[in-house]
Ligand binder design. Structure first.
Ligand SMILES: C[S@@+](CC[C@H](N)C(=O)[O-])C[C@H]1O[C@@H](n2cnc3c(N)ncnc32)[C@H](O)[C@@H]1O
Length: 345
């Protein structure tokens, strides 16, 4: 169909469509007299672009998200994650207004409260929108399973990888038919441990290509495009939440929001287990880095500084403040497993 018809179907304007064409997000076939013709695939793509723009993704980010061969299922998956993000934003706004109203009822609402609450809302929104893959996981997807078997020259982040995944599974003790969410599922290596036991897994990842590899390996998984700060899962749906080798990709100031998202999707008596690169606390980080410095191990220092290894004590504090009982295990200088279960579990 021609541009005017396409615009009508998509409830947008020809001008908007032309803009995305100029940005090379969509490339319709050119026909007689240079008219552009939009086929079914172009319409799916445009609909996805419009949904992603609606939730504030920049055209650059959309271009990144749509790179490579994207099929109809992947478009729907992207649109769903965009809608979840929008839904979470609206929920946050309602919660903020509720807080203001309750203070107003108690006649304690000050101008400063309004400013603080509105500011918190803005910060959360910005965090959710600012997620960007700095490591190009799409590019890594096909080689990922091979790469975890190879070691670095003088620094091997995958040392004790299998043990860490095994520990997560052992701690969670999933019963058949339970539902779990695996965040940053990648090629599904952690999820596989639960599938083996008959549990159902929702695998969340921000990388289209990782999701593709994962669905080839484990077609039974429910794979969802999304990210730590905006999980594409309804409230209190999961019996357990797990994650391995993924949390260190989000900055420290965003980690609490990531934990809050895990807590949101978890049932009342749920469990959480995280295997990741982290340090026991800030002092330990300083000690480990200075040891690498003394050994002249630049590879290790650069690798650590390129990512956001957590301060384990801060994660534990957060969980305990929310009423979780926490256990922590250290597998090597940089690899830890955290297990948190709600107080009454
Ligand atoms: C190193 S891989 C780990 C994959 C798998 N969990 C494992 O243990 O083998 C990191 C994965 O986390 C995903 N990831 C990174 N940051 C993420 C985020 N903010 N939200 C969701 N997934 C993320 C990447 O796309 C990638 O698939």
């Amino acid at each position: 169909m021609k541009i005017t018809e396409a615009a009508k179907v998509l409830h947008t304007t020809p001008r908007t469509i032309r803009f995305y064409e100029e940005k090379e997000l969509v490339r319709p076939r050119k026909g007689e007299n240079d008219y552009r013709y939009y086929g079914e695939a172009d319409l799916w793509k445009l609909q996805t672009i419009l949904a992603l723009r609606e939730v504030g993704m920049s055209t650059g980010q959309i271009k990144g998200a749509l790179e490579g061969e994207v099929d109809r299922e992947a478009y729907l998956n992207l649109q769903r994650s965009a809608l979840y993000e929008e839904w979470l934003q609206i929920k946050d706004m309602i919660t903020t207004i509720d807080e203001m109203l309750s203070k107003q009822k108690e006649t304690t609402l000050t101008t400063e409260d309004i400013f603080t609450l509105a500011h918190q809302l803005k910060v959360t929104k910005q965090m959710r929108k600012s997620w960007e893959d700095q490591w190009n996981f799409n590019e890594q997807a096909k080689k990922y399973d091979q790469s975890i078997k190879t070691t670095g020259y003088r620094f091997n982040v995958h040392e004790h990888y299998q043990e860490a995944l095994g520990k997560v599974s052992e701690l969670i003790k999933a019963a058949p038919e339970e539902w779990g969410v695996d965040i940053g599922t990648g090629t599904g290596n952690l999820a596989a441990k639960f599938i083996e036991n008959g549990a159902n897994i929702i695998g969340v990842d921000q990388s289209e290509e990782m999701l593709k590899v994962c669905s080839q390996k484990y077609p039974e998984m429910d794979l969802r495009h999304g990210h730590f700060l905006s999980l594409p899962v309804m409230d209190h749906q999961a019996d357990f939440v797990v994650s391995s080798y993924a949390l260190h990709h989000i900055p420290d100031q965003e980690k609490e929001l990531a934990l809050a998202e895990m807590n949101r999707v978890l049932m009342e008596s749920g469990r959480i287990a995280i295997a990741d690169l982290m340090f026991e606390n800030e002092e330990e980080k300083v000690r480990v880095l200075s040891r690498y410095e003394q050994e002249g191990n630049q590879e290790a220092i650069e690798a650590i500084q390129d990512e956001y290894y957590a301060d384990r004590s801060k994660l534990i504090d957060w969980f305990e403040t929310q009423g979780y009982n926490v256990k922590a295990f250290q597998l090597n200088a940089i690899l830890h497993v955290l297990y948190a279960e709600k107080g009454n579990a």
